[in-house]
Design a protein around this ligand. Structure first.
Ligand SMILES: [Zn+2]
Length: 507
């Protein structure tokens, strides 16, 4: 199938005749285009005198056009019926946020916050939920008037824009979580096209598609800056994965850090923060009902399995929730009281943890040490920062009597797997041992012994379990693979409940 052709424009500002004449010309010459998206203001601050002819039908909009924002917010003299999102034939107001799939299969998500620039946490969360509830495979195009803060990092910075302070962190978080392929923004009324950026970390995450951020100027601006963007794209729903994830030669690293994105959510006010943890699937745009095409069944795009706000999280395994991290029973644990310390928000590795998160992880470790000591057990903590996207501190208790054998047995076992675990100074901090993004295996033993392996090539994925399951230690080779150890759901729930009660006694 040929690619779907799309037009996107910046602020129209009431220049309807000029804009629609140009759109008709471009459509005739380079089309047919499926639709026009306006990622800025549709109406202008003036009298919008040209509008009446379109509303009355004496002039025609040449192409199906989607406009950000809701019909209900428009001045009544421009649009008398607040409940009708069809502004005139061929022009639909999308509403404040939502997602729809076009006839050609392109999935479009959009967010138009009330002030035009800064969405609230509730706005962002509602859009994420709408996307999860939809059958879209992912987001081909995201429209948002405001700029994501920091988007120009690791790329050219346009003159006159200090993007460390321009735009919204929450919009940045939205890009980070939704990974749209194209993002269009008209709010700054300037033309800027960022080099495409990666949505995965090389060597660590599975390769995924890139994001392109494009800001458009206002229509017919005096500087003649680009305001109309024409392109063709193959919807991701019908692309082979290999084609989708191909990296263009000019790709850059992601401009947003996991740590910053976690704080974007945490920095929201309390009411909004609550919203991030809510899992209701509301936020469906009014206009979606009649436009969305029936689609083949696909798994919804999920931000993460371990972010506490993710609907995918296995809530019945959660034992305790703190401010920055939470404790959950491991699914298919090596032993029945194998637990995980996990950040509430998406943080990929210890090396990306801020001081507050790091302190809370430390406090959880201490409580667990006390709890296990009361049962005559010692605890081993390890983190495999390799082929996983959300930080997991694995906590595995072992009988105290094997504690003295741990270091040698673990090092021997890892050696035999080609993994050299080196002892590092007891006061060293794993966050300083590895640069953010570098893969590693990190182990903490009772008595403060720390072992570290920098991954250069491959790392066996179950190394953390196999080093403890080896004959000199737990001697349970049949429990190395977690998938072989998963208990029925009711037993998992019962175990988590029991652990919860136990854990409460230790402060
Ligand atoms: Zn996560």
């Amino acid at each position: 199938m040929p690619p779907v052709k799309i037009l996107v424009c910046g602020n129209i500002d009431g220049k309807f005749n000029q804009v629609f004449n140009r759109v008709a010309t471009v459509n005739k010459k380079n089309g047919p285009f499926e639709f026009l998206l306006c990622c800025g203001n549709f109406f202008g601050s003036g009298d919008n005198s040209e509008w009446a002819a379109y509303r009355e039908g004496s002039r025609r909009v040449p192409l199906q056009t989607y406009v950000l924002g809701s019909a209900g917010r428009l001045p009544r003299h421009l649009h008398p019926d607040a409940d009708d999102d069809e502004l005139c034939p061929n022009v639909v107001a999308l509403g404040e946020r939502g997602v729809f799939t076009s006839t050609g299969g392109v999935s479009v998500a959009y967010l138009a916050p009330a002030d035009g620039q800064h969405p609230s946490a509730a706005d962002v969360r509602a859009l994420e939920q709408a996307l999860l509830a939809s059958s879209a495979a992912g987001v081909d195009v995201l429209l948002t008037p405001g700029w994501p803060r920091g988007v120009t990092r690791r790329a050219a910075v346009p003159a006159g824009v200090y993007t460390e302070e321009t735009g919204s962190l929450l919009t940045a978080r939205l890009l980070y979580c939704l990974r749209p392929r194209y993002v269009f923004s008209g709010g700054l009324a300037m033309h800027y096209e960022r080099l495409p950026y990666r949505n995965h970390q090389v060597l660590r995450d599975q390769q995924t598609h890139v994001t392109r951020f494009i800001s458009l100027a206002a229509a017919f601006n005096a500087e003649k800056a680009k305001w109309l963007y024409a392109f063709g794209l193959e919807p991701m729903s019908r692309m082979a994965r290999a084609d989708l994830v191909t990296q263009p030669p000019d790709v850059t690293e992601c401009p947003f850090s996991a740590e910053e994105m976690a704080s974007a959510a945490a920095g929201a006010d309390d009411a909004a923060k609550q919203y991030f943890y809510a899992t209701d699937g509301r936020g469906e745009p009014a206009a979606k009902r009649r436009r969305q095409q029936p689609r083949a069944d696909r798994p919804p795009p999920t931000p993460c399995w371990f972010c506490l706000a993710s609907p995918e999280v296995e809530k019945h395994l959660v034992v305790n929730v703190g401010d920055k991290c939470y404790l959950a029973l491991a699914k298919g644990g090596l032993v029945s009281d194998h637990v995980l310390i996990l950040p509430v928000e998406h943080v990929r590795a210890s090396t990306e943890a801020d001081d507050e998160l790091w302190a809370e992880i430390g406090a959880y470790k201490q409580r667990l040490q006390q709890l296990f000591a009361a049962e005559d057990k010692a605890v081993v903590f390890f983190e495999r920062n390799y082929k996983q996207s959300h930080l997991q501190v694995q906590c595995v208790p072992v009988p105290s009597r094997v504690a003295p054998a741990l270091k040698e047995a673990i090092q021997d076992h890892c050696d035999s797997e080609g993994v050299s675990l080196d002892e590092v100074p007891p006061l060293s901090d794993v966050r300083q041992l590895a640069p953010p993004g570098a893969p590693y295996l990190y182990v903490e033993l009772p008595g403060g012994v720390k072992l570290y392996h920098k991954v250069a090539g491959k790392l066996p994925l179950s190394i953390g379990r196999s080093m403890l399951a080896c004959p000199p230690l737990l001697n349970m080779p049949d429990r190395v693979e977690w998938s072989q150890c998963v208990l029925p759901n009711d037993e998992q729930t019962a175990n988590a409940k029991e652990f919860k009660t136990k854990f409460k006694k230790f402060k």
